[in-house]
Design a protein around this ligand. Structure first.
Ligand code: DQA
Length: 188
């Protein structure tokens, strides 16, 4: 999905609308950082084996690499006025640590927990402590695959679930988080 030579006028462009940055003060209580106005990024978290995107079962996951996915998320966030920070790990505990680390300093989280989606109470519990909403993404249509992929420990806690849209799902997820941020243009 990377590429394209033309681009719409974006927030922050000369002559364009102002960049709309989420700030901690836009969130209730715990999101306020000492009453400050810290700008908060969107976080994109990827779980096990997603570092092999592009070479891993391309008939299921496509040809784009993790770098392409992260670039797509950064570009989409940038157009909407957000910094996007990306993290990938093959380790459940490392993902839990990262979710804990960002629990009060994220405006929204996009997570593809990979196989941990179907197994991890620990990641579910970590996400339950996020102050910000999260969007669950799966590149493939997990519901058209093996039965063990049909259940997610995350979905009922998610603000939205995006499956089967390929890597474009990450773009949709960032756009949805933008809509959910107070001051966004789309009502929840
Ligand atoms: C996946 C689907 C999971 O079932 C699988 O274990 C993955 C990727 C997806 O993006 O389609 O690793 O989350």
């Amino acid at each position: 999905p990377a590429g394209g030579t033309t681009r719409a006028i974006c927030p922050g462009d000369p002559g364009g609308p102002p960049r709309r940055r989420a700030s901690a003060a836009q969130w209730a209580g715990p999101m306020r950082l000492n009453g400050g106005m810290s700008e908060l990024p969107i976080h994109v978290l990827n779980g096990p084996n997603l570092n092999l995107l592009g070479e891993r079962e391309p008939h299921i996951y496509g040809a784009d690499t993790l770098g392409d996915v992260e670039e797509l998320a950064r570009r989409t966030g940038g157009e909407l006025g957000f910094d996007v920070e990306c993290f990938q790990s093959n380790h459940e505990g490392a993902l839990v640590d990262e979710i804990q680390r960002i629990r009060r300093t994220s405006v929204g989280v996009v997570i593809n927990a990979g196989a941990y989606t179907h197994t991890s109470v620990a990641i579910r519990d970590a996400l339950a402590n996020l102050e910000a909403p999260f969007v669950e993404v799966h590149i493939s249509n997990v519901h058209a695959r093996e039965p063990f992929r049909h259940h997610s420990y995350l979905s009922d806690k998610a603000a939205a679930v995006i499956v089967g849209c390929g890597v474009q799902g990450y773009e949709f997820a960032v756009r949805r988080l933008d809509a959910l941020v107070p001051g966004g243009e789309i009502a929840v």
